[in-house]
Design a protein around this ligand. Structure first.
Ligand code: SF4
Ligand code: SF4
Ligand code: SF4
Length: 327
C-alpha cells in the first residue's frame, strides 16, 4: 500500500470558499487564493486524501486550534462563528478528519446556501457581524449545483461500461467466485423473491446469482473489500480497488456476516452450502445492515433499507435465491 500523507489541515470555511469560487460569475476576490488552490489541487489529485477540519475554539477542543493565519478580515468573532456554524451543519467536531470526498459530499448535502452562515444575517446591521461581502451573492449556491462533480469528477460512463463487459465475462468463466461476505446478503435483497430478474449496469449482482442458479455447487471464496460484484459500480475505484462510499459500514457488515456464520476471509464453500449457512444464521438484515438495534448513530453509520430488516431479503431468503430449495 502507498504511504499515506498526513491529513491536510483545512479551515471549514475554506471548503465553502472553494465551492463558492466555482459559482462566481465575476472575478470576485477570494481571500488566501494560494491556500484555496493548494487544497483544491490536492483534492483533484486524490479525492480520498484526508482533510483535518480545524478551527479556533475556546473550549476543551482547543488542542486542535490552527491559529489565526487564515482568518479573513471580518474579525475574530465572525471567523470563529462561521467555522463552528459549518461544523454544526456537517455534524462534525473541531479536528475531525475524513477523506476529502466524504467531506465534500457532506458539505454539499448539508449546506446549499451561504446566507446565515457566512453573513447576510437576518436583521443584523452591526460592523462586527457584517459578514463576508459575498455571502448574499449566490456564488456558493451556484457552486453547489456544479460543485461535487466539478471538484471530484464522477466515474466515466464509457469506462464503467467496459468494466461491466469485462467483469461479466470473467464471472461466467470463473471456476471460483470471489465475493465479499455481505454481498451474499445484497444478492438476496436484489433477488427479493422475483422470478424475472434482469442485469443492471451498476453492479454484477444479477450475473453472480445467475451463475449460482445454473451451478449451485460452484465454489465461493469469501474475500475482503470490493469483489466481482463491484467493477461497474459508480462508487468503485479500479486503480485502488476501493469503494468510494460506505467503507466503514461495509467492512462492519462483512465482519458481522463472517461472525454470524463462523467463518473467516479465505474460506471456500460450495454456493449452496454457504447460502444454507447464511439463511439459517441470518434471518434478517437488521442483524447485519442495521447493527442489530436499527439505530443510526451518525451519517457514517447509515442504515441501508428498513432498519427493521429488508423485506426483499426476507423474500429472497424464502426463495433460497433460486439456488437452494426453500425450507
Ligand atoms: S460567502 Fe464568503 S466566506 Fe462564504 S463561501 Fe463565499 S467567499 Fe467564502
Ligand atoms: S439491506 Fe443490507 S443486504 Fe440488503 S441491499 Fe442493503 S446492504 Fe445489502
Ligand atoms: S463498489 Fe462499493 S457500493 Fe459499489 S457494489 Fe462494491 S461495495 Fe457496493
Amino acid at each position: 500500500m502507498a504511504k499515506q500523507s498526513p491529513p491536510m489541515v483545512v479551515r471549514p470555511y475554506q471548503l465553502m470558499c472553494i465551492v463558492c469560487r466555482l459559482g462566481a460569475k465575476t472575478n470576485d476576490k477570494y481571500y488566501f487564493p494560494e491556500r484555496l488552490n493548494a487544497i483544491e489541487r490536492l483534492i483533484r489529485k486524490n479525492p480520498d486524501s484526508p482533510l483535518a477540519l480545524r478551527c479556533n475554539v475556546d473550549t476543551v477542543f482547543r488542542y486542535q486550534n490552527p491559529g489565526r493565519k487564515y482568518d479573513t478580515p471580518e474579525g475574530r468573532l465572525f471567523n470563529d462563528k462561521r467555522d463552528l456554524a459549518i461544523l454544526q451543519r456537517l455534524g462534525m467536531a473541531p479536528g475531525d478528519t475524513r477523506p476529502a470526498r466524504d467531506i465534500f459530499k457532506r458539505l454539499i448535502d448539508a449546506i446549499n446556501n451561504s446566507k446565515g452562515i457566512c453573513g447576510a444575517y437576518e436583521g443584523v446591521r452591526s460592523v462586527t457581524w457584517r459578514g463576508c461581502r459575498l455571502a448574499a451573492d449566490g456564488n456558493y449556491a451556484r457552486g453547489c449545483t456544479i460543485g461535487r462533480t466539478a471538484v471530484i469528477p464522477a466515474r466515466c460512463a464509457d469506462e464503467k461500461a467496459r468494466a461491466k463487459k469485462n467483469s461479466v465475462r470473467e464471472i461466467y468463466r470463473a471456476k471460483i467466485l470471489k465475493i465479499r461476505p455481505h454481498h451474499l446478503l445484497c444478492m438476496t435483497c436484489f433477488h427479493g423473491g422475483k422470478t424475472n430478474l434482469a442485469p443492471i449496469q451498476e453492479d454484477n449482482l444479477f450475473e453472480v446469482i445467475d451463475v449460482m442458479q445454473k451451478n449451485p455447487a460452484i465454489r465461493v471464496k469469501l474475500v475482503a473489500g470490493p469483489c466481482i460484484i463491484c467493477p461497474p459500480c459508480s462508487a468503485y475505484n479500479p486503480k485502488q480497488n476501493l469503494c468510494f462510499t460506505s467503507g466503514m459500514r461495509d467492512q462492519q457488515k462483512d465482519l458481522d456476516t463472517l461472525q454470524f456464520i463462523g467463518l473467516k476471509y479465505g474460506a471456500v464453500l460450495p454456493a449452496r452450502k454457504l447460502l444454507r449457512l447464511i439463511y439459517a444464521r441470518i434471518p434478517s438484515t437488521k442483524m447485519v445492515c442495521a447493527y442489530r438495534d436499527g439505530i443510526r448513530r451518525a451519517p457514517e453509520w447509515h442504515i441501508c433499507n428498513d432498519p427493521e430488516g429488508s423485506q426483499n431479503y426476507t423474500k429472497g431468503r424464502a426463495a433460497g435465491l433460486g439456488v437452494i430449495k426453500p425450507k
